[in-house]
Design a protein. Sequence first.
Length: 75
Amino acid sequence: MKKYNFTVLIEKDEDGGYIATVPELKGCHTQGETIAEIMANVDEAIKLCLEVHAKDGIQVFDPNFIEAKQFELVI
């Protein structure tokens, strides 16, 4: 069994729900109505992305993604 750590970007959508994107994985995103729902959906989306990409022989990890960092700006 392999262990992975992924970055999950969560945004509020215009309808009040949430959209989550996993930038390390090509095309891996999902949505949900609550934070709890979106995190459960992210778990499922990541597993599905890994499974489908491996089965189809597609490069799983996005080579353009380098790193996510927090940036602090004091004005």
